[in-house]
Design a binder for this molecule. Structure first.
Ligand code: LHQ
Length: 263
C-alpha cells in the first residue's frame, strides 16, 4: 500500500490549500510533515500564480502538536532547541515572511505547537468544535512555535499565562471572544467560508497584502515614530505598484478592479 503524504497541496485558481494529513494522529507533526510543509511553502513562494494560502487539517483535528511517539527514545539526550530551530522556528518564519496571506482553518483540536503554528497565520478561522490547548506544561515544556510571543499580544498576559500554565482547552467560541482568532463558524460552514475568503484574498492587491504583513509584524515592537517611518516607506512601495493605479482607475471609472498582484 502506498504511503499517504503527510501534507497534501491542492492547487486552486490563484490559491493553494495545504492540508496536514495524519488524521489518525490528529495531524501531529512528524519529521516527514515538516519536510512536506517546507516543500509546500517553497513551491508556493516560487509560484507567482499562487496569491493566497489556506492551511487546515484532515479529519476531526487541526494538529495535536509534536508527534510524541517520535520522541520516545530518550536514551540519548535530545537538544529540543536544535529541533525547534530546524523545524517549528523555520515553519513560523516561513509563514511570517511569505509574501502572500495565509488563512488558517482550525477544524478541530489545535494543541501545543499545532495551536501556535495556527496563530502565526494571518487570518485564523475556528470551527465551533475547535479547541486551543497550550499543552506544553503537561509534558514539562514551555510554549514554542512563537506561542509565547503571539499569545500575550493577541489575548493579553493574564489569559496567555493562564492558557500556558494550566494547559486547559479554550473553545472556538472563547477564542473568537478573546481575539485569539478572527471568527468562529459552525463546523459545516468552516471550510466553505475559509475557501471563499482565501479565493477572495487571491484577487486582492497581493503586494499590498505582503507589505501589510511586514507592517503589522513590525508594529508589535515599534514605537509610533518608527511605525510612521515604516508606513511612509511601505506606502511608497505600495504606491508604485500597478494594482494601486488599477484600484484608483477602477474607482474613477465606476467599475470592478482587476488586480494582478504584480510588483
Ligand atoms: C497523538 C498526539 C501526539 C502522537 C494525539 N502525538 N499521537 C514538543 C517536543 C519537541 C520539540 C518541539 O516542540 C514540541 C512542541 C509540542 O507540540 S509539545 C505538545 C505536544 N502535544 C501534546 O502534548 C498533545 C497530546 N495530545 C493530547 O493531549 C490529546 O490527544 C488531544 C487533547 C490533542 C486530543 O484529545 P482527544 O480528542 O481525546 O483525542 P485522543 O487523545 O484520543 O487522540 C487521538 C489519537 O491521536 C490517539 O491515538 P489512538 O491510537 O489512541 O487512537 C492519540 O494517541 C493520538 N495523538 N496527539 N501529539
Amino acid at each position: 500500500m502506498a504511503l499517504e503524504s503527510a501534507v497534501i497541496v491542492k492547487k486552486h485558481h490563484g490559491w493553494h490549500e495545504v492540508t496536514l494529513n495524519r488524521p489518525e494522529r490528529l495531524n501531529a507533526f512528524t519529521t516527514a510533515m515538516h519536510k512536506g510543509l517546507a516543500d509546500a511553502f517553497a513551491g508556493i513562494e516560487a509560484d507567482a500564480s499562487c496569491r493566497a494560502v489556506l492551511l487546515t487539517g484532515a479529519g476531526r483535528g487541526f494538529c495535536a502538536g509534536q508527534d510524541l511517539t517520535e520522541r520516545m527514545d530518550r536514551t540519548v539526550p535530545v537538544d529540543l532547541g536544535a529541533t525547534l530551530e530546524a523545524t517549528y522556528n523555520r515553519l513560523v518564519r516561513t509563514i511570517r515572511s511569505l509574501g502572500k496571506p495565509v488563512v488558517c482553518a482550525v477544524n478541530g483540536v489545535a494543541a501545543g505547537a499545532g495551536a501556535n503554528v495556527a496563530l502565526s497565520c494571518d487570518i485564523v478561522l475556528a470551527a465551533r468544535s475547535a479547541r486551543f490547548i497550550e499543552a506544553f506544561i503537561k509534558i514539562g515544556l514551555v510554549p514554542d512555535a512563537g506561542g509565547s510571543w503571539y499569545l500575550p499580544r493577541l489575548v493579553g498576559l493574564a489569559r496567555a499565562k493562564a492558557m500556558a500554565m494550566l494547559g486547559e482547552p479554550v473553545s472556538g467560541e472563547e477564542a473568537a471572544q478573546w481575539g485569539l482568532v478572527w471568527k468562529v463558524l459552525d463546523d459545516e460552514a468552516l471550510m466553505p467560508e475559509a475557501r471563499r475568503m482565501t479565493a477572495h484574498l487571491a484577487t486582492l492587491p497581493t503586494q499590498a497584502l505582503a507589505l501589510m504583513k511586514q507592517q503589522f509584524d513590525a508594529s508589535l515592537t515599534n514605537t509610533l515614530d518608527q511605525q510612521l517611518d515604516l508606513e511612509r516607506d511601505l506606502q511608497r512601495r505600495a504606491g508604485a505598484t500597478p494594482d494601486n493605479l488599477e484600484g484608483v482607475r477602477a474607482f474613477i471609472e465606476k467599475r470592478a478592479p482587476n488586480f494582478t498582484g504584480r510588483p
